[in-house]
Design a protein around this ligand. Structure first.
Ligand code: LMR
Length: 339
């Protein structure tokens, strides 16, 4: 019998499939999830992402492969959000300060100064009503929120000591995107500037900006402390992440696989949030030991002066993030958010 080329090809692949199916351990090509983020592996988010990869691949029995791209190696801040919406990546873990391009400004309420008392308060709030309410805001954008991760509290730095509000006068401070951060730095007389995370080191080194805020683990892994003479361990605002996925992609996964991934995410979240504080404490120790910068701590009067100077941000916030999230924060955290 003479086979046409097409019949021959179909016959060949059917035979290959039959052989493959018959073999134990045969597996379909795995579902690949590209997960992009901007920080180093040796940070709470970097470690959490690798933990998620390990657990997700284990729980799905290899049906899913997680490709983690750290350190802005695939996309920078703004591009990665676009890439998620386009489906070029399936998962991201941006700080919630970067959600304005998504049209979800309400998340910026989380950047209000001295909002969370400590990491445990943050974790509880985000697992509760506040976290759920905010994730609903993403749904119309084709994005689903899976979890909130923690990276502790911001320090702030420049080449001069920042101890009193007046010390900020005229300084160009890099911020990551939130208008709330823009506001509180303006409250103390500085000039905030949005820059992608991957551009911060060079901007500090060359004087494009004078200062920045970030957590100790980000300072150390990006070497910001090597190009800033003074760091104030102010812990004036919190740095939090939302792990988000493209909803269409997530919804297209087989139910059992999605459940396994949800389990992996829940465990990776607890892991990340449990190491965040120690990772940052260790990083701060490393900064101290490096001798490359001077660390400063606010006394009570200085802290009070910062809080007073930045209080107008709370009043201003209403027009940016809306009353609803401010009321929800006030209720859940048992604080005043009226300024
Ligand atoms: C920043 O841009 O400063 C942070 O959002 C980076 C990060 O993801 O921790």
């Amino acid at each position: 019998m003479k086979l046409s080329r097409r019949e021959f090809a179909v016959g060949l692949s059917a035979a290959a499939l039959a052989t493959a199916y018959g073999r134990p351990g045969w597996a379909q090509a795995p579902i690949v999830i590209k997960y992009s983020h901007v920080v180093a592996n040796d940070t709470p988010k970097g470690k959490g992402s690798l933990k998620f990869k390990e657990l997700a691949e284990k729980y799905t029995g290899g049906k899913v492969k997680i490709e983690v791209y750290p350190n802005s190696s695939l996309y920078k801040d703004k591009e990665e959000i676009e890439a998620l919406q386009l489906g070029s990546v399936q998962m991201l873990g941006p700080s919630t300060a970067k959600f304005a391009p998504l049209g979800a400004k309400e998340f910026e309420a989380l950047d209000l100064p001295w909002l969370f008392k400590d990491d445990a308060t943050y974790d509880k709030a985000m697992k509760g009503e506040i976290g759920k309410w905010l994730f609903k805001k993403l749904e119309p954008k084709g994005i689903s929120g899976l979890a909130y991760w923690d990276n502790g509290f911001h320090m702030v730095s420049s080449n001069r000591p920042l101890l009193n509000p007046a010390d900020f006068q005229g300084l160009k401070i890099r911020i990551s995107g939130s208008k709330i951060a823009d506001r509180y730095f303006r409250d103390v007389g500085s000039i905030p500037q949005i820059l992608a995370f991957s551009e911060v080191y060079q901007a500090l080194q060359t004087g494009v900006v004078d200062g920045c805020e970030n957590t100790a683990s980000n300072y150390v892994t990006q070497k910001f402390h090597e190009v800033q003479k003074h760091i104030t361990v102010s812990y004036h605002a919190h740095l939090q992440y939302a792990v988000i996925v493209n909803s269409k992609f997530w919804g297209s996964l087989p139910g059992d696989v999605r459940a396994q991934l949800d389990k992996a995410m829940a465990e990776a979240t607890d892991y990340t949030n449990s190491i965040a504080q120690k990772e940052n404490d260790d990083a701060l120790e490393e900064i101290k030991k490096s001798g490359k910068t001077e660390l400063h701590y606010l006394n009570d009067a200085q802290k009070k002066a910062w809080q007073t100077a930045m209080a107008p941000t709370y009043k201003w916030a209403k027009g940016r993030v809306g009353q609803e999230i401010l009321d929800l924060l006030a209720k859940e955290l048992d604080i005043k958010t009226t300024g």
